[in-house]
Design a protein around this ligand. Structure first.
Ligand code: AMP
Length: 442
């Protein structure tokens, strides 16, 4: 019965006649920094008054640690990427028209109730445009900004499918442990009144517990490529009957070098399956993956630009006579900086900065790859629940995190690439809220 998954979730009268192939796009914003490198010193900044940044008129060398190369930051021209105040791109975007309501989706009543209980009243753009196709059983490629509701976009149709047909299994592959856990939380909140189960299979957590949980045959397996491959090799994770797969943040998985593990895992799935593929960016490598693993997918893009319109971006300069840490301190004591995610480049540097902030009397935690998963989760929880004001993080540790109400993202050290920058600042300005991203250039 699983040979025809395209029919199994069935049209059920759902949003008729999806075109065989579509690429819908909301109007693009002007991409920050796409105009000829504005100097932008002293003008338009929200942060230039009296403090030590954005107004010194000093020429910057683009910040220490910048790299060169494709997609990498290099030299002064790149600085405009960190500023969007007073630029055309803050002009209002053409409104996104949402055509569906959750009430109208032909999904099971308990799922509909769970969606509404979560306070989701209207689908986000990516949900609005992709769910009707996913419910019809099509493969979907969704290109959407981080924080745009991608998780619901794939969980809602697949939970519905599993509710209708208990033999359905779903594999969700993601780049990081934290993202896997976040997806499981969203899954649990959407399946409260059902008997659907899930397991998170990620590195850094005891494998034997995951093996035990897998033996119960949960409908949803959420994991990172390396651990999934490990479990396959141990003969515990069998994918020959897994008729649905989600690749979330596919571009990040490629960036993180998971391509071989991904191929191993995907090759074991049955050829007749439904594949939902989400990525914040579409590169040639990502397109290659789509060609390799998806079957005539519907394409949906709701990107409004490289960065969310809800994020104000600016640079911070360290004036002569002050240290970087002092400037950071001056920012963090301001009341508006109530939930601040600070990025550094190295595990050691991140740990040290968190210690120094604690010494200065701030409530700060750190999250990086040298910490055990338990400690990372604890730091994250403290930050999530507002028990600490500051979380200092490396890129890898913070990828894909969805934390409500981050007021500021501070790039204390420059990100390695455009993509890292977009991912970092995407931790603020989420779900329609405003956010501020500040980048130190010294
Ligand atoms: P995601 O991009 O999936 O990480 O979602 C970003 C945030 O938006 C999460 O906090 C979600 O719970 C929230 N969210 C997702 N869909 C909706 C919706 N339809 N209405 C309101 N909030 C949503």
């Amino acid at each position: 019965m699983l040979d025809h998954p395209r029919q199994s979730s069935g049209p059920r009268g759902q949003s008729s006649g999806a075109p065989a192939r579509r690429f819908s796009r909301t109007p693009r914003h002007k991409v920050p920094g796409s105009s000829p490198a504005p100097r932008h010193e002293g003008g338009g900044s929200h942060y230039s008054s009296g403090r030590s940044f954005q107004n010194s008129g000093r020429r910057s060398s683009g910040g220490g640690g910048s790299r060169s190369g494709g997609g990498r930051f290099n030299k002064r021209a790149d600085m405009s990427r960190f500023i969007n105040t007073g630029k055309e791109n803050s002009a209002p975007a053409a409104p996104v028209v949402i055509t569906n309501k959750f009430e109208d989706f032909l999904i099971e009543p308990q799922l509909k109730a769970a969606i509404l209980a979560k306070g989701f009243n209207t689908p986000t753009a990516i949900q609005d445009q992709s769910i009707p196709h996913s419910l019809l059983g099509h493969d979907v490629v969704g290109i959407a900004d981080t924080g745009s509701g991608k998780t619901g976009a794939f969980l809602i149709p697949l939970i519905n499918k599993a509710l209708l047909d208990h033999s359905q299994h779903v594999l969700i592959m993601v780049p990081t442990r934290e993202l896997a856990q976040q997806i499981q939380e969203e899954f649990r909140s959407l399946t409260k009144k059902t008997d659907l189960e899930s397991v998170v299979c990620v590195g850094g957590m005891p494998i034997y517990r995951q093996i035990t949980q897998l033996r119960h045959g949960p409908a949803f397996v959420i994991g990172t490529p390396g651990r999934l491959k490990d479990l396959i090799e141990r003969g515990v994770l069998k994918l020959s009957k897994c008729q649905n797969v989600v690749l979330d943040e596919a571009d990040r998985m490629l960036d993180m070098g998971f391509i071989n593990d991904m191929r191993v895992v995907l090759a074991l799935l049955p050829p007749t399956r439904q594949t939902l593929f989400f990525s914040a960016t579409m590169s040639r490598e990502v397109e290659k993956l789509v060609g390799e693993f998806l079957n005539n997918p519907i394409r949906v893009s709701v990107k409004t630009g490289d960065t969310s319109k809800d994020i104000t971006q600016d640079v911070v300069r360290v004036p002569p006579g002050k240290t970087k840490l002092e400037v950071l301190h001056d920012l963090l004591v301001q009341p508006a900086f109530n939930k601040v995610l600070i990025f550094g480049r190295t595990k050691h540097g991140v740990e040290r900065l968190a210690d120094m902030l604690v010494d200065k009397g701030f409530k700060a935690e750190s999250i990086h790859g040298n910490k055990t998963q338990g400690k990372r989760q604890r730091a994250l929880d403290l930050f999530r629940k507002d028990h600490v004001q500051i979380l200092v993080a490396t890129d890898v540790a913070a990828r894909g995190l969805d934390i409500t109400g981050v007021s500021h993202v501070i790039n204390y050290e420059l990100p390695g690439s455009d993509e890292d920058y977009i991912h970092r600042i995407g931790r603020t300005g989420r779900a329609g809220k405003k956010g501020i991203a500040l980048t130190f250039v010294d």
